[in-house]
Design a protein around this ligand. Structure first.
Ligand code: NAP
Length: 245
């Protein structure tokens, strides 16, 4: 299994849970090699199999090199989690320049497409593979739109929803299931990168369950969608948002 952006947050929690379930996992990261190495060590220390793979998912060369490393070190990929994603600082439309927009869309959308492409080439029965499963990280923001915070991010997750539906249909006959998880507000570093580390606590009273979520709660949904228990599920979405929809 390859999990993009697995050095921290939801990706790291997914990697640990997947390894405990018996998957060999590749932990992709962009900058934070120490955090990725810590996840690897934790998994290996618990008797699992994990490697760290650097690469910026928005860079085609990095993605191709990452999959080649994966082929060599773990063998043919069977499961992909398109988890790497960013948001920029909270801003209104007037403050959004093209540099920001291109960064958000290239990491969140282009990156997910590039990784899905490389995974599908290897998994697809049309190309001699044995099938597989892909889970994309969308967001409840795709529905709510994230006004006054990051409409660009929300729109990138709307693109992930459309990608999930389209690829699920395109790849179904080739043995590849494609689904997505839409987290609500989850305690990770991503809110600090938007300029508000305390965002989850500020908003938690607006969540029907009156709390933020934990990365492990999102990871459980991802792992179910990847598993054979979800063998007839494709083009589907699980909202993991405490009822905030
Ligand atoms: P996070 O804590 O900020 O972690 C982001 C991860 O992505 C890190 O491992 C980071 O690697 C990696 N990353 C960033 N840019 C990358 C790039 N260009 N190429 C490869 N890896 C890259 O994020 P998170 O909250 O766990 O979010 C994970 C996913 O869930 C994202 O797609 C996010 O949009 C989605 N989501 C999160 C929430 C939430 O409330 N947390 C809600 C809805 C959806 P480095 O450590 O190397 O920087």
């Amino acid at each position: 299994m390859l999990i993009t952006g697995a050095s921290r947050g939801i990706g790291a929690a997914t990697a640990k849970l997947a390894a405990a379930d018996g998957y060999s996992v590749a932990i992709n990261y962009c900058h934070n090699s120490q955090a990725a190495e810590r996840v690897v060590q934790e998994i290996v220390g618990a008797g699992g199999k994990a490697i760290a793979l650097p690469g910026d998912v928005s860079q085609e060369g990095d993605v191709i090199a990452m999959f080649e490393q994966l082929d060599q070190q773990l063998g043919a990929i069977t499961h992909l989690v398109n988890n790497a994603g960013i948001l920029a600082r909270q801003a209104r439309l007037e403050e959004m320049d093209s540099e920001r927009l291109n960064r958000v869309f290239s990491i969140n959308v282009t990156g997910s497409f590039l990784c899905a492409r490389e995974a599908a080439k290897r998994m697809s029965k049309r190309h001699g593979g044995e099938g597989g499963a892909i889970v994309n990280l969308s967001s409840i923001a795709a529905r709510l739109g994230a006004p006054d915070e990051y409409v660009d991010y929300a729109a990138s997750k709307g693109a992930i929803d459309a990608m999930t539906i389209g690829l699920a249909k395109e790849l179904a006959e080739e043995g590849i299931r494609v689904n997505a998880v839409r987290p609500g507000i989850i305690y990770t570093d991503i809110h600090a990168s938007g300029g508000e580390p305390g965002r989850v606590d500020r908003l938690k009273s607006s969540v029907p369950m009156k709390r933020g979520g934990e990365s492990e709660e999102v990871a459980q949904a991802i792992l179910w969608l990847l598993s054979d228990q979800a063998s007839y599920t494709t083009g589907s979405f699980i909202d993991v948002s405490g009822g905030r929809i």
